[in-house]
Write a protein that binds this ligand. Structure first.
Ligand code: SAM
Length: 195
């Protein structure tokens, strides 16, 4: 996980805990010397599990870990639920264009990788898609996504998000609660910085 809990990360991880359950998410590789005081209160209140150990020390065997890797040659399929016990996501914020920072995990641990299609997802979208495929046994191609949605704040202001999202029943991208307000704030901040 990259250091620091930005507001964006806190919203994403809060959403992930709520969707997968606190017993099913472990933040690993936090910097040596991390204490509970370094973890945001919102995440503690949700029962986050965290460790400074590396992901490979959690599993009994390396083979039971699957790295969700945008550069993998095979897409994740429902049958991978029989093969893997743990799914490893890079605790890395999206960047556009992607810089293959997941590659650091690939090189360091040599884990078997699976892709979730060719477009970059936010981390909570990658976890949500993995849950749909592994737990709900839905094929990747049967999930409805929205690519690069425009997030409109009002009549005059909108921004395009350069990621793929799962579509909800009303045709909108699924984003963590509070994310639209945060994106608006960040967009205003970057406009202010330009002035
Ligand atoms: N920009 C980062 C990079 O260059 O690797 C990707 C960051 S992405 C926001 C965070 C994590 O979500 C990745 O490390 C990966 O585990 C997962 N992820 C996102 N999109 C994915 C995809 N299309 N296939 C597989 N995993 C994906």
């Amino acid at each position: 996980m990259e250091p620091g809990f930005t507001p964006w990360v806190v919203l994403e991880y809060s959403t992930i805990i709520k969707e997968v359950g606190k017993e099913n998410l472990i933040l690993t590789s936090l910097p040596e010397g991390t204490t509970e005081a370094d973890i945001p209160q919102e995440l503690i209140d949700l029962g986050i599990q965290w460790t400074t150990d590396e992901c490979i020390s959690i599993a009994e065997s390396r083979q039971s870990l699957c790295l969700l890797d945008p550069a993998a040659s095979q897409d994740l399929t429902p049958s991978d639920s029989e093969k893997f016990e743990y799914f490893v996501f890079g605790g890395i914020l999206g960047d556009h264009p992607p810089r293959d920072r997941t590659g650091e995990l690939r090189k360091k641990y040599g884990l078997e990788g699976r892709r979730l299609g060719e477009l970059q997802m936010t981390t909570d979208t990658a976890v949500r898609s993995t849950q749909l495929i592994i737990q709900n046994q839905i094929k990747f191609e049967d999930i409805t996504f929205i690519d690069y949605p425009e997030i409109r704040f009002n009549r005059y202001e909108a921004t395009e998000m350069p990621f793929r999202y799962v579509m909800d029943k009303t045709g909108k991208p699924i984003l963590p609660d509070g994310m639209i307000a945060l994106i608006k704030k960040d967009t205003e901040q970057s406009l202010d910085d330009l002035l």
